[in-house]
Design a binder for this molecule. Structure first.
Ligand code: SF4
Ligand code: SF4
Ligand code: FES
Length: 422
């Protein structure tokens, strides 16, 4: 029976088919609710990830497991609910070891895409993940349990043609992980193995030899991203045609290697100076911003109070912030001190180290010296960063092509040899 019922979503009335899953009914009416474990083929829904949490008649519930009923009052996009869903995604990042820049699933990963979509740059929760099993033994798959969000999609959906299960949950509590039945896994055809990899909403199930089939830049969410209005497009619109792009650069806790790499652009510097004017930067020795900048390039991590001040000023004065180099992206070499107490590091540097002055017994501590932080932080843990250019240091062409793409809103493809970092 195709009976229709009336429901209210965020103050508007809708007519939908009775007993339809709320998440699907909302979608049919153009209302998006984020999901991770929900998969159209799996019925009843798994309801394991909680990302689709909404409010129904004043109570929190998951919209993939809720069937619509006459008179239902649904809240989806209140500020509290948006923040709740964001917090759930952040918890998944805190519970697993998700380092997207080196993840084979990057660009094809639902969790990563949701995080980007919600504007998450860092989790508000401390990391609590333990080292989990990475299983290379199956014939054609790798199981990377550190990234698994225990959604159960693989357990419910993947089986051999004779109906045997491949995946199962083993252990309990925080030790729960997905186990692969080696014997059954061997029976999967290549297409079935790829289906298992694709059904995993994160990078936990990988198929050997198939991981990089689609190159970065052409993956599911890279392609969707291209259709969106880019901030670069806005950049072109906010300047007159004959004006140059104003760029500022700075080095926080870094070695200046990224700035040196920038200078390696060589002859292209002439091209660059045709469209770019540098403002505050060690390259110009301009110490203070004299105008608002289109782009700020940040090298180095955040190690002291001065770095925080400079970084926040860059965020305020630049329309787009780009972190370039590993120190700015993840703390890099300076962050190696995070493994030791600060006091031990300072004593090693100023008192006991082989380069300390003989007889030295003081750690410099003048009011004019910026206060050193207990840890070195990636820039995105302090301010919002719009783009990241990895490498230590990034190749000169990589930096310039990425910056040009951002400034001009056109694509300048980066070649493989321009982003390998050995
Ligand atoms: S599984 Fe997804 S979120 Fe996790 S590291 Fe890989 S790309 Fe990032
Ligand atoms: S391996 Fe992937 S599909 Fe399976 S439970 Fe983990 S996250 Fe879900
Ligand atoms: S999508 Fe609803 S609980 Fe995961």
């Amino acid at each position: 029976m195709n009976k229709k019922v009336n429901i209210n979503i965020d103050g508007k009335e809708y007519q939908v088919l009775e007993n339809k899953k709320l998440v699907d009914a909302a979608k049919e009416n153009g209302i998006y609710i984020p999901t991770l474990c929900h998969f159209r083929e799996i019925d009843p829904s798994l309801g394991t990830c909680r990302i689709c949490t909404v409010m129904v008649n004043g109570k929190f519930t998951t919209s993939c497991t809720t069937k619509v009923k006459e008179g239902m009052k649904v809240e989806i996009n209140s500020p509290d609910l948006i923040d709740t869903r964001k917090a759930i995604i952040e918890m998944l990042f805190a519970e697993g070891n998700h380092f997207c820049p080196s993840c084979e699933k990057s660009g094809n990963c639902d969790l990563q895409n949701l995080a980007y979509d919600m504007g998450i740059t860092v989790s508000r929760f401390p990391h609590v993940f333990s080292n989990k099993h990475v299983d290379f033994n199956p014939k054609r798959m790798i199981m990377e349990s550190n990234r698994c969000i225990l959604c159960r999609r693989c357990v419910e959906e993947v089986s051999t043609s004779d109906g045997m299960d491949i995946f199962s949950f083993v252990n309990r509590g925080v030790k729960t992980r997905v186990h692969i039945d080696y014997e059954q896994e061997q029976k999967l055809s290549e297409a079935e193995a790829i289906h298992a990899m694709n059904i995993c909403p994160v990078g936990a199930i990988l198929v050997k030899g198939m991981i990089y089939k689609e190159p970065f830049g052409e993956r599911k969410y890279d392609i969707l991203g291209k259709t969106k209005q880019t901030s670069s497009g806005d950049l072109c619109a906010i300047k007159n045609e004959d004006e140059k792009f104003i760029v500022a650069t700075t080095s926080l806790a870094g070695c200046f290697g990224c700035h040196m790499s920038l200078l390696d652009i060589d002859a292209e510097l002439i091209d660059m100076l045709e469209i770019v004017e540098f403002n505050k930067s060690p390259l110009t020795d301009i110490k203070k911003f004299s105008k608002r900048c289109h782009v700020g390039l940040i090298e180095g991590g955040v190690a002291n109070s001065e770095n925080i001040k400079v970084l926040k000023e860059f965020r305020k004065k630049c329309d787009i912030l780009i972190a370039f180099g590993e120190c700015a992206i993840m703390g890099g070499i300076p962050a190696m001190r995070n493994f030791f107490p600060l006091k031990e590091c300072l004593e090693e540097a100023y008192i006991h180290g082989i380069t300390s002055e003989i007889g030295a017994n003081t750690i410099p501590n003048h009011v004019d010296i910026p206060k050193i932080l207990n840890n070195v932080y990636p820039t995105n843990e302090v301010v919002k960063i719009d783009h990241f250019i990895p490498g230590c240091p990034p190749n000169a062409n990589h930096i310039w092509k990425a910056v040009k793409s951002i400034l001009l809103g056109k694509e300048f493809p980066v070649m493989h040899e321009e982003f390998k970092y050995d």
